[in-house]
Design a protein around this ligand. Structure first.
Ligand SMILES: Cc1cc2nc3c(=O)[nH]c(=O)nc-3n(C[C@H](O)[C@H](O)[C@H](O)COP(=O)(O)OP(=O)(O)OC[C@H]3O[C@@H](n4cnc5c(N)ncnc54)[C@H](O)[C@@H]3O)c2cc1C
Length: 166
């Protein structure tokens, strides 16, 4: 285990996509940030192994300058997702994904992450499948978190500090 001492405003647990984006935003807000990871940041976790397939409404793709189905809307994407999920989905979460994914994708483009827009995937009434390599995403996010001034710590496994309530 590596040793590191200091005082930080924010300690982020986990250096995958979620942790690195959180670290970036905390730095943007002026906090000092340490990202703690049990493996090597940029080489462990689910993000680096992922296929990186996400769906984005044609409307959102076009808003960031990409060629996409002009008839496809966020509303249609929402309806497809809820229907393909047999109405079991948490509709607030689906709405959040449908309306927020375009902004997130735009941010990834600004960070230099390459992706391709694929054909129509099962359950979708339009070609809104976007593919981003997990390796590219993990590397780019590690770079932006470090460039923003986050410190990375590896070989440190966090143990649960709170008991789950029954
Ligand atoms: C094979 C595969 C394919 C996938 N394909 C897709 C896809 O096509 N589309 C899609 O949207 N999603 C996909 N996913 C899911 C997606 O990759 C994950 O939901 C996402 O990457 C999770 O990001 P994360 O930052 O939360 O976790 P991770 O990337 O796993 O990062 C968590 C980090 O925390 C560290 N860590 C864990 N526990 C501790 C601890 N106790 N102490 C310290 N550090 C710890 C880990 O080492 C890791 O680096 C796929 C996942 C896999 C495995």
């Amino acid at each position: 285990m590596s040793e590191q001492t200091g005082v930080w405003d924010v300690i982020v647990l986990g250096g995958g996509a979620a942790g690195l984006v959180a670290a970036f935003h905390a730095r943007q807000a002026g906090a000092s940030v340490l990202v703690v990871n049990k493996g090597l940041v940029g080489r462990s976790g689910a993000t680096i192994t992922s296929g990186g397939g996400v769906s984005v409404a044609g409307e959102s793709l076009r808003a960031i300058g990409l060629d996409a189905d002009a008839s496809d809307t966020e509303e249609r994407f929402l309806s497809d997702t809820i229907s393909a999920g047999s109405w079991l989905n948490d509709q607030h979460l689906v709405q959040s994904m449908v309306s927020g994914i375009g902004t997130e994708l735009s941010r990834l483009v600004d960070w230099g992450i390459k992706f391709t827009v694929n054909k129509r995937a099962p359950g979708h009434s339009s070609g809104r499948g976007v593919h981003i390599s997990g390796v590219d995403m993990q590397r780019a996010l590690t770079r932006i978190a470090v460039q923003a001034g986050s410190q990375l710590s590896r070989g440190f496994s966090i143990q649960p500090v709170a008991e789950k309530r029954q």
